[in-house]
Ligand binder design. Structure first.
Ligand SMILES: NC(=O)c1ccc[n+]([C@@H]2O[C@H](COP(=O)([O-])OP(=O)(O)OC[C@H]3O[C@@H](n4cnc5c(N)ncnc54)[C@H](OP(=O)(O)O)[C@@H]3O)[C@@H](O)[C@H]2O)c1
Length: 336
């Protein structure tokens, strides 16, 4: 089964690139081994996925690279028909080319389709550390620092190592500071988007600026790392309205989350080692009705799951300071 890649609906980005309307996430959430994630990537390519969302900090690019290599060698897919995205981690903002070169080597992919700045802060924390850990060297967002990192990716586009640029975990106040400084416009912005966290204002802002929203944690990340779960978090897929719509379509609530995402206009990147085939197929089955879309629009609960506590700098209050909720960038040294 699966889908022929040419039958998967496509989106056209602001630089003319066409890309599938769904991709596969690869963050194992400390629960799924690098080998198992790589096996899923191999299976996903064989059932029709062409967009894979990687990141240097997920610790599995080498294993995924083996799988890409085998798929290219066996003629399952040509390199130019894949969209391989990865991200620069926070400790490499001053060494973006080195990070890019390492990802290209690990992923065995010759060039990157899209390179993202994973977080707009240079703040490093050890993988898997507790949410209460703080790096004393952490700093608030700086326009100059962010643009320096961005300029390094622009240079990699000009060199041909990267085809297009992605940004991630931004807010409207931060975007307002940088949006007219880009020499090469970003094509994608990865941001947390699921039925109980719709970020409507940010979504509209991105669309208005022709930056395609990519929704991470599109299912509400039911198996995210234990350290990221707090008692007040809501389980999107258990919302009664969503469950009722799933029942009416005789599908899992996950399918409804993905259909909603695609019909709303964001590009979901669900992680899956067991259900990726069905997740791809649901892009072409019966769409949600306008009424169902309107019902899901009412499920917004401000249910931010990635709070980002570990990126806080000395003197910051709490994780809300990362998200500019009062309309300005907290502690920014150089915002205009
Ligand atoms: N830019 C960023 O800062 C950022 C942050 C977070 C995440 N991301 C990206 O977004 C991706 C997705 O986020 P996520 O992995 O946290 O959460 P998610 O995609 O919302 O949820 C993944 C979970 O849902 C399950 N699932 C998938 N399809 C299903 C289906 N049809 N039925 C039932 N269960 C299903 C998976 O289990 P099975 O494996 O058993 O199918 C897995 O446990 C990540 O992998 C990563 O690539 C980016």
């Amino acid at each position: 089964m699966g889908l022929k890649p040419e039958n998967v609906p496509q989106l056209t980005l602001n630089n003319g690139m066409k890309i599938p309307c769904i991709g596969l996430g690869t963050f194992g959430s400390d629960r799924v081994s690098a080998a198992d994630v790589a096996t899923a990537v191999g299976g996903a390519i064989r059932c029709g996925y062409r967009l894979i969302d990687c990141a240097a900090c997920y610790g599995n690019e080498k294993e995924i690279g083996e799988v890409f290599h085998a798929a290219f060698e066996e003629g399952v897919v040509k390199r130019e028909d894949m969209f391989i995205m990865t991200k620069v981690w926070n400790d490499m903002h001053r060494r973006v080319e080195e990070s890019c070169d390492k990802s290209i080597a690990d992923l065995q992919c010759d060039y990157l389709d899209i390179l993202f700045i994973h977080w707009p802060f240079p703040n490093y924390h050890a993988p898997g550390c507790d949410v209460d850990s703080r790096n004393p060297d952490s700093k608030p967002f700086s326009v100059a620092e962010f643009m320096d990192t961005y300029r390094q990716i622009e240079a990699l586009v000009r060199k041909g190592k990267v085809r297009a640029i992605g940004i991630s975990n931004l807010t409207i106040p931060k975007l307002e500071q940088v949006v007219d400084k880009f020499e090469i416009k970003p094509v994608l912005c990865e941001t947390e988007l699921h039925p109980c966290f719709q970020q409507q204002e940010l979504f509209d802002y991105l669309v208005a600026h022709e930056i395609q929203p990519v929704g991470f944690m599109p299912l509400g990340s039911p198996r995210r790392p234990e350290r990221d779960i707090v008692a007040t978090d809501i389980e999107d897929m258990k919302m009664p309205e969503l469950v009722a719509i799933a029942k009416a379509h005789n599908v899992h609530p996950a399918t409804i989350c993905l259909k909603w995402a695609i019909q709303r206009g964001q590009l979901p990147i669900p992680f899956s080692v067991h259900n990726y085939e069905g997740n791809l197929e649901c892009t072409v089955t019966e769409p949600l009705t306008d009424e169902e879309m309107a019902t899901i629009a009412t499920l917004e609960r401000d249910n931010r799951l990635v709070k980002g506590q570990v990126f806080l700098w000395p003197g910051a209050n709490d994780w809300h300071d990362l998200w500019d909720e009062d309309g300005f960038i907290v502690d920014c040294p150089d915002a205009k």
